[in-house]
Design a protein around this ligand. Sequence first.
Ligand SMILES: [Zn+2]
Length: 132
Amino acid sequence: MSRSRRPRQRAAVGVLGKELTRRSRGRCEPCGGKGDNRPFQLPPFPEEPDPDRTLMACRRCRTWLEQERIVPVEARFLAEAVWSDLPPVRLAAARLLLTVEDPEDPWMQDALDVAGVDPATGEWITPDDPVS
Ligand SMILES: [Zn+2]
């Protein structure tokens, strides 16, 4: 059994297939692409498949999420994805932006602010966190 720090997708996510297909209207939720869309769960996985932690993603977006690497010239759509009404899409977009080691481009910084994701943890910024 592999101890990869990237957990494998669970088969159980399949139960969300119908719901996600309806929600996404057959398109990749981050980029709008139509190529080979499948549900992708965002780690850490909840006990039960959760549509708020799962998005419909095309092959490219799934590969990027799995490998934690993006192709910045192809990634402009992330600046729009962070405005999504869907929390998992915003979270996925922010995490993809965070894979850029040196996010010098101001649009990337702005996008992370919009998503409301903490760059340090890759999770939601919770306003009532006891900071300091
Ligand atoms: Zn996509």
